[in-house]
Design a protein around this ligand. Structure first.
Ligand SMILES: [Zn+2]
Ligand SMILES: [Zn+2]
Length: 348
């Protein structure tokens, strides 16, 4: 159910206070309950009213209502109960998964409370006793002095609503009009669930209600992994520049744990096939791309500088000696050109 539809169902603006929300819901429940309303669509209206109220309550009671992305929430699944007398309800809530759990799938035990209309008082918060109203003594009307004190106006008794019967707070809900049932479910999340995906869990009995769950997935930020818009899992990691040049092995984090990967000085991006995010829920895993950022030590370290000088000297000598290699060729051409250049200067 869309949030704006829920407010419309209750005849409210989203800025309505919690008290206005509750008052409107109670008024509608009292008007549309099939026990009191003979209209053929009373049952379906009642369901819609309760669904709208539960939707808004859950958004308002949630840990972080501002984070709710209304567009990503799938419409509530049909969870009509086979048993006519057992109300079927759907509890909407968010579940945070780590990126690893989202990739590999996981099992979570979810517990919480689900608030629903009190079945004893139908949300009115009070019951009718088989006694006369103490305010109007059963007449259903009260008299109020009018203008001159010797005239009396007769008004409907507000305590009993005019039927003359005594009210008492509902025992079942302590007068709150709603009841809360605790629930605890073990839920299997398949691999490949993404931010905004919704997992619908079929209804099961909790206390007096059949309760289904609609779980909106949120993916926790990860220190290493990033899932890009194309669904490709990526990681960027610094590596020792010399180890990169030397083609050494490094440990890389993968969704399945640490793994050895061999660096190659001709490559900055490495594809780990089949180790990324599933293309679809329960689907085959895509590729995981690791980008390495070679990091070299500060240039002014004297010990490093001496070692680099040695390295440059020995490699230059070897490269210059081999005329087939680019540096050897280059140096030969450079020498020839330089000699010709000097000669032409002299001739002028
Ligand atoms: Zn009640
Ligand atoms: Zn009364």
């Amino acid at each position: 159910m869309e949030t704006r539809d829920a407010y419309a169902e209750l005849g409210l603006h989203p800025s309505a206070t919690d008290a206005q929300l509750k008052a409107s819901w109670r008024r509608l429940v009292a008007a549309w309950h099939p026990d009191r309303n003979a209209a053929p669509d009373a049952g379906s209206r009642m369901q819609a009213i309760n669904k709208a109220y539960q939707h808004i309550r859950q958004l308002r009671d949630g840990d972080d209502p501002d984070a709710v992305d209304e567009d990503s929430a799938a419409p509530a699944p049909a969870t009509e109960s086979a048993q006519a007398d057992a109300p079927s309800n759907t509890h909407i809530r968010k579940v945070q998964l780590s990126l690893e759990d989202a990739i590999l799938g996981c099992t979570r035990t979810l517990s919480g409370h689900f608030t629903h209309v009190c079945s004893a008082c139908l949300g009115k918060g009070q019951g009718v006793l088989a006694k006369a109203c103490s305010t109007c003594h059963g007449s259903g009307a009260v008299h109020r002095p009018a203008l001159f004190g010797w005239m009396w106006n007769q008004e409907e008794c507000s305590d009993c609503g005019g039927d003359g019967r005594l009210r008492a707070p509902c025992d079942a809900c302590d007068g709150r009009g709603e009841q809360s049932v605790p629930y605890r479910r073990r839920v299997r999340f398949p691999s490949g669930m993404r931010e905004g995906h919704v997992l619908s869990v079929p209804a099961s009995r909790h206390g007096a209600v059949d309760l289904g769950l609609e779980l909106q997935v949120e993916i926790e930020p990860h220190p290493f992994f990033r899932l890009d818009g194309d669904g490709v899992l990526r990681c960027e990691m610094p590596v020792n520049g010399y180890a990169w040049m030397a083609g050494r092995w490094v440990e890389v984090p993968t969704p399945d744990g640490l793994q050895q990967m061999r660096l190659n000085r001709d490559a900055l991006v490495y594809r780990l096939a089949g180790q990324g995010f599933p293309a679809a829920p329960r689907g085959a895993r895509g590729d995981y791309m690791v980008k390495v950022v070679p990091v070299f030590p500060a240039e002014d370290d004297p010990a490093q500088k001496a070692l680099l000088d040695q390295l440059i000297a020995s490699s230059s000598k070897a490269a210059a000696a081999d005329a087939e290699q680019p540096i050897g060729q280059w140096q030969r051409n450079l020498k020839r050109w330089n000699a010709g250049h000097k000669k032409s200067n002299r001739d002028e």
